[in-house]
Design a protein. Structure first.
Length: 81
């Protein structure tokens, strides 16, 4: 079984109010390790066997058209076993 992971993040030039809110809350809760926070999405797609080139192309297309908004977001597709 393979797990395909699609990680979606806002482009760096796009404001991230949710990430900023988390970044502001961390020091108030005693966590001082972060200089900034960006919030994103993670999709895990499980499939039987290793994905073929055709299936990976379909996953890339789904990431571009359904899982992300390419105007304001970037995405990375990875295969985990």
């Amino acid at each position: 079984m393979a797990k395909i992971v699609v990680e979606v993040m806002l482009k760096p030039e796009i404001l991230d109010p949710q990430g900023q809110a988390v970044g502001s809350a961390l020091p108030r809760l005693g966590f001082t390790f972060a200089t900034s926070v960006r919030q994103g999405k993670r999709f895990e797609i499980e499939m039987v066997g290793d994905p073929s080139e055709s299936q990976m192309a379909d996953i890339q297309k789904a990431a571009e058209t359904l899982l992300s908004n390419p105007v304001i977001e970037t995405y990375v597709v990875k295969v985990e076993k």
